[in-house]
Each structure stands twice: as C-alpha cells, then as structure tokens.
Design a protein around this ligand. Structure first.
Ligand SMILES: C[S@@+](CC[C@H](N)C(=O)[O-])C[C@H]1O[C@@H](n2cnc3c(N)ncnc32)[C@H](O)[C@@H]1O
Length: 247
C-alpha cells in the first residue's frame, strides 16, 4: 500500500486534537501502546507545548545553540523544541519552525505568543521543499519527523542547502536496528506512528555521506532522553548529528 502525505497530515492534525483532549499521543500507534512514547519534558519558565518527539533534546540544544543564531526546526509540531531554541537564540536570533500541518502551525504560533517569543516564525511547507534561502541556518533541528518523509534523501539535501558552512544538523529520530519488513513499511498506521519509515543507521550514514555532510555521528538509545523504544519491532530512538563542511 502506498503511503500518502495527506494521510500523515491528517494523522498529526488528529493527534494534536487527541493530545489536547489529553488522550493518546501521536507517535504511539495502536499496535505499540506499550512504549513509553512522548511524555512531556520539563523546561525552565516556558509554557511548554505538547511534545510529539522521540527524544528530550533540551540538553543537546543547549550544547549547540547560541545567542544570535538562526535555527530551523523541521516538522516543528506544536513547537516544543522550537520554543527552547527561541529562548536559546535570544532576541537577536531567529527560530523558524517548518511544518505541513495547518493545525500544528496554528498551535505553535499560539504557543510562541503565549511565551512572548517574538523571534519565532512559522512556515507552512513540506520539508522536502522549504521556501527559505540557501546557507541561512546555523543549526537545523528535527525531532521524530524525517522518518515520516517519503523521500528522506531529498529532505537531507534540503538540510544541507539551508545550513551555513560549518552548520550543524541535530536530528532525533526513530532508527531501525535491522531493515524493516515490507509489511511494516507498507502499513500506513505504523508509518504515521513513526515506525514504518525508519531508516537504519547504515542507511542514514550512506545518505548523509553521499550528500557531503561531515562529522556524521549516530548514537542509538540515549539513556534517559529516549521517548521511543519498540524492541519487538527493532526500532529505537537515535540521535543523528552531521555538519556541513566549513569550506
Ligand atoms: C511526530 S511529530 C513531531 C513534532 C515535533 N518535532 C515534536 O517533537 O513535538 C511530526 C511532525 O512533523 C510534521 N511533518 C511530517 N512530515 C512532514 C513533511 N513532509 N513536511 C513538513 N512537516 C511534516 C507533522 O505535521 C508533525 O507536526
């Protein structure tokens, strides 16, 4: 069965409504309710948006994001990591969220307003074709999104295009610890639940190296930060770091 992008959009629109009604989270499909998926994290004074991510990124973001930087969050959802990035870049920096689901864009805009973060911009776009200029971001972040993309190579090419020289990609995502079976890949519910589209570590390395990224580091199963682990389906959260070369 072919996975459709409008199915993914609808799934996340519904997931936001469900989470706001305080029931099941987005990236826990019915088949995998045993996983400890997407509990919300605690962050400073921020009024904290709902997280749909697969890893707590705050401490990693604090290591890489500095005042005055431009940060782009791919698949920013309700704005959980985007708000953290906006706080870290400060009033002279920019935090730009990109998402293709209307309800998520609206929710993240409202969350930026509630937090008085005037340095946040939301762009409604597909992450395979982002209407932002080349070489414009110091850091690109993404949390539990690229696995959902139908053409992941194209998304990583967009990341490369958008990053400034020396810029860093911080991508928390679901990683398959062995190649996924066809019936898992072709199940729309598992795809929308961040499982069916997961790449292996080796697949990530191949794509990123071929595009020209350097310093590619992929860490699986980061202890307390992991929000997603489904051993029976051979997937777990991972952190993918990569850099656009400096010259
Ligand atoms: C699992 S949620 C993660 C949201 C957010 N990163 C977080 O950690 O809370 C996936 C998000 O990616 C968005 N998304 C999925 N595929 C996308 C695409 N191809 N282009 C733009 N946004 C996409 C969905 O609309 C949804 O908001």
């Amino acid at each position: 069965m072919k996975i459709q992008e409008d199915t993914i959009q609808q799934s996340y629109s519904n997931a936001l409504k469900r989470k706001k009604d305080n029931s099941q989270s987005s990236c826990c499909p019915p088949q995998t309710q045993s996983q400890s998926c997407c509990p919300s994290s605690t962050t400073s004074e921020l009024i904290e948006p709902i997280s749909f991510g697969c890893m707590y990124l705050k401490s990693i973001l604090m290591d890489y994001i500095e005042q005055g930087m431009t940060v782009i969050d791919l698949g920013s959802g309700a704005g959980h990591d985007l708000m953290i990035a906006a706080e870290l870049v400060g009033p002279n920096g920019k935090a730009i969220g990109v998402d293709f689901t209307d309800d998520m864009i609206k929710e993240a805009s409202e969350n930026a307003q509630k937090n008085n973060l005037s340095n946040v911009t939301l762009v409604k776009a597909n992450i395979r074709d982002i209407p932002l200029p080349d070489n414009s971001a110091d850091v690109i972040i993404s949390n539990c999104v690229i696995n959902l993309a139908l053409d992941k190579t194209q998304v990583f090419k967009e990341v490369f295009r958008l990053l400034k020289q020396g810029g860093i990609m911080i991508d928390a995502d679901v990683i398959a610890t062995e190649p996924l079976r066809r019936e898992i890949k072709e199940n729309p519910s598992l795809w929308c639940g961040c499982i069916g589209g997961a790449l292996t570590k080796a697949e990530h390395e191949k794509i990123l190296n071929e595009i020209g990224f350097t310093n590619v580091i992929i860490k699986l199963g980061e202890k307390d930060d992991v929000q997603f682990n489904v051993p029976e389906l051979a997937i777990e959260s991972g952190l993918i770091l990569a850099q656009k070369p400096d010259e």
